[in-house]
Each structure stands twice: as structure tokens, then as C-alpha cells.
Design a protein around this ligand. Structure first.
Ligand code: FES
Length: 83
């Protein structure tokens, strides 16, 4: 079965497309963004992003499809993401 593409809207107003199961870090790079990292084991929270209002630790999760396949990503606290 063919996977449908998921549209991801980034805080810099760039949209990219990914498939379910894709890695958050490489997908952010396609939008010209870098998700901060720390432990890469899910414990420090440095890589937290907000996906459709839900906090996700990018290092221990992958892109998941939702109804409508449209994800809005933001990060509210890290000034790195303020564009
Ligand atoms: S890098 Fe530490 S929780 Fe993801």
C-alpha cells in the first residue's frame, strides 16, 4: 500500500513533505531548520518540538500521520526557532 505524504508546516513558513516514519531531524533540515539536540536518548528535552499542539521529543519519535496529513510544527521557548 502506498503511503501518503504528510505536509509539515515549519515556524519559518516553509512547508515540506514527509512520509510516516520519517526522521524529524532530516525533515527539519529540508526546511532549512535544525532541531536542537542534547542527549539523543529522550531524557533531556532539548529536542522538543510542538506538533499540532502536542509536545514531541524529536530524538525518540518519528513523523506520524494524522487525519488530513497536515502537521504544524512550532517551538515556543527556544529563541533559535524565533524567525
Ligand atoms: S535530545 Fe534529549 S530528549 Fe531529545
Amino acid at each position: 500500500m502506498k503511503k501518503s505524504l504528510i505536509k509539515i508546516s515549519w515556524p519559518n513558513n516553509i512547508d515540506t513533505f514527509a512520509s510516516e516514519g520519517d526522521n524529524w531531524f532530516s525533515t527539519a533540515e529540508k526546511a532549512g531548520l535544525e532541531i536542537p539536540t542534547g542527549c539523543l536518548t529522550g531524557s533531556c528535552g532539548a529536542c522538543e518540538i510542538d506538533v499540532n499542539g502536542e509536545t514531541v521529543r524529536a530524538c525518540i519519535s518519528c513523523i506520524k500521520g494524522v487525519k488530513g496529513n497536515n502537521l504544524n510544527v512550532s517551538l515556543t521557548t527556544d529563541p533559535f526557532w524565533e524567525v
